[in-house]
Design a protein around this ligand. Structure first.
Ligand code: NAD
Length: 244
């Protein structure tokens, strides 16, 4: 396939280039910091089979608009999207297939299913989520931490059950899940979901130790989405884990 990588000069961009090449795909890069690619998606030339976007909210918004206009599938992993980007992705998905995930690793997608099961099975236990990432990460808490907390809250039928606990919060209110973020070094991404009872505690942990895990998932999603009908798909769809 001929794949356009939006954000190709970034940390994920580098991993995506390597994985795309290793799986026999040709890639073109889009990044305002472009050294060997183009600075804007409008400058892309020739046919593109899939766009993979790991950039910024503005990058995602532009990529989604471009994909809709040109009838090209989109795989997007950018987190912390603003309203404009969320709307552009949703609008694009009415005309082209889009895979959107806060985390493309198979392990996290299994963890989401385990967390839903645990949250239902241990209904009386408090739930908290903690994540650790490298110090240059722009958003906090991570999109994955929020998704894990929302999965647990959803499994218990709690609306607005997730709170960010960067500030002192006092007593934890009922039916609320706190999310904590730590930053340091080059940690690729670690997430723990705590289920805390009066007399025991369970910790469900995922650790990514190479960005390749996300890049491999995203390229797998690009191969899967190529030729599908329009719609908004998740990584669980790609992995065949929906309903887990
Ligand atoms: P990074 O800062 O290293 O790289 C981002 C790149 O995007 C930079 O080179 C930047 O110049 C470029 N960029 C910014 N605006 C752009 C635009 N308008 N058009 C094109 N390129 C643009 O960041 P990173 O660590 O590679 O992460 C990128 C995004 O991916 C973040 O939102 C991060 O949270 C997310 N991420 C998602 C997953 C996942 O599995 N879904 C995994 C890791 C990171």
């Amino acid at each position: 396939m001929r794949v356009a990588i939006v954000g190709y000069e970034g940390r994920m961009g580098h991993a995506l280039r390597q994985v795309a090449e290793s799986r026999g795909h040709q890639w073109l890069g889009v990044d305002p910091r472009a050294a060997g690619g183009v600075v804007s998606i409008e400058d892309l030339e020739g046919p593109i089979d899939v766009v993979i976007d790991f950039s910024s909210a503005d990058g995602t918004e532009k990529a989604a608009r471009w994909c809709k206009e040109h009838g090209v599938p989109l795989v997007t992993g950018t987190t912390s999207l603003h309203e404009g980007a969320i709307r552009a992705v949703e609008t694009a998905s009415s005309e082209v297939p889009v895979v959107k995930a806060a985390n493309f690793s198979p392990g996290i997608n299994l963890l989401l299913a385990l967390v839903r099961t645990a949250a239902r099975a241990l209904g009386g236990y408090d739930i908290e989520v903690m994540e650790v990432h490298h110090s240059r990460k722009k958003d906090s808490p991570s999109g994955t931490a929020l998704e894990l907390a929302r999965a647990a809250a959803g499994a218990r039928g709690w609306n607005d059950g997730v709170i960010h606990t960067g500030q002192p919060t006092g007593e934890r209110p009922q039916q609320r899940i706190g999310v904590q973020a730590l930053r340091g070094g080059d940690v690729k991404g670690e997430h723990t979901v705590f289920l805390i009872g009066e007399t025991e505690r369970i910790e469900l942990t995922h650790r990514a130790y190479d960005r390749r895990v996300f890049a491999e998932g995203a390229v797998q999603a690009a191969e899967w989405v190529h030729g599908r009908s329009a719609g908004l798909y998740s990584m669980a769809d790609v992995l065949g884990m929906n309903g887990a």
